[in-house]
Ligand binder design. Structure first.
Ligand SMILES: [Zn+2]
Length: 328
């Protein structure tokens, strides 16, 4: 909301919420052209097409996506793990709640597959709630449930909200897999997903969980578990990704580290979406007691689930397996 006010000014914001008369079409088109920059002609046509050539709807659609792409609410939530686990509302949903009689046209589905998508800035299109036309928007919980169920029946991301860690690193790249640390001089064996200690972790697919308490205070991973999954129990997108890396494999491992809570028994059969433990700050993350201090789930993909190997051996990039990542 603060960003919307900053961008539009008070009068503009009141217009957006239907509390003041809308600008005329010519002015709206002028504004859009200015916002879309260099490639304005092409981008503007494509945007207008998505909104049935209604400049007011197109402007709101553009603005809401723009704000969602620029403001990541997760970055402002530091202490409250519960709030952090709830996906942020899209700007369109907030506008709908605050508006009197606002009409935000739904973009046509066809335009979503537009090659360039340059009418919708950055990464916003895949995760924002499409503007609704009149119908009440689903409440927050419903949105969250849809996000988890829609992509595939047998995959569940390891956290309810997956956001690459940035705290304590030069940027999100340092939270990614590979030679991403110390300016490319040091490797990182998985990805770091920001989470306050105590955040539930989920089985990403059906399989067997092997958990292990930290063997010593100097063990970098702390409390860990590995979920071994048969390739046939992976949904197709994840199975295809793994076959590409490891064509003859029959199983795959998903490794979770720095945990605070582990399953009751060291070996457990689980279903996709089961809570299998809690994030923590065990191992070399002991000073990372909040997201602001770098708290995270360290998550790896292992070619052989229970094989121990150093460096990047026996590992693959986990990020392509994650369905919803807020800042990939
Ligand atoms: Zn890590």
């Amino acid at each position: 909301m603060a960003y919307l006010l900053h961008h539009e000014g008070l009068t503009g914001a009141l217009r957006i919420f239907g509390k003041k008369p809308q600008m005329n079409d010519a002015d709206l088109l002028k504004r859009l052209r200015k916002q879309l920059g260099e490639d304005a002609g092409k981008a503007l046509n494509s945007l207008l097409e998505r909104y049935d050539y209604e400049p007011a709807a197109a402007y709101k659609g553009w603005l809401f996506s723009y704000i969602d792409a620029n403001i990541c609410v997760d970055h402002f939530v530091i202490e409250d793990a519960k709030k952090f686990a709830t996906p942020p509302r899209s700007m369109a949903a907030i506008a709908q709640l605050l508006s009197s009689g606002i009409q935000v046209a739904k973009p046509k589905p066809k335009a979503r597959s537009d090659k360039k998508g340059n009418q919708t800035p950055a990464h916003s299109s895949s995760k924002t709630t499409p503007p609704s036309s009149g119908k009440p928007l689903p409440d927050h919980q419903t949105q969250s449930a849809t996000t988890q169920i829609a992509p595939a029946n047998r995959w569940h991301d390891p956290l309810a909200v997956c956001t690459l860690r940035t705290a304590g690193l030069a940027g999100k790249t340092g939270a990614m897999f590979g030679w991403t640390r110390n300016g490319g001089k040091k490797n990182h064996q998985g990805i770091d997903l920001a989470a306050n200690p105590g955040t539930p972790i989920y089985a990403v697919a059906d399989g067997i969980v092997y958990s292990k308490k930290s063997p010593s205070s100097s063990y970098a991973y702390g409390n860990t578990l590995v979920l071994e999954v048969g390739i046939n129990d992976l949904p197709e997108p994840q199975a295809a990704e793994f076959r590409r890396i490891n064509p003859n494999a029959r199983t795959i491992g998903f490794f979770y580290a720095h945990l605070s809570g582990l399953p009751d028994t060291p070996k457990q059969i689980v279903k996709s979406g089961d809570v299998i433990g809690k994030t923590g700050s065990s191992g070399n993350a002991s000073k990372m007691t909040s997201i602001a201090l770098g708290a995270h789930l360290h998550f790896e993909v292992r070619l052989e689930a229970r094989k121990v190997a150093t460096g990047l051996a026996n590992r693959a990039d986990p990020l392509p397996f994650i369905v919803n990542c807020t800042n990939r």
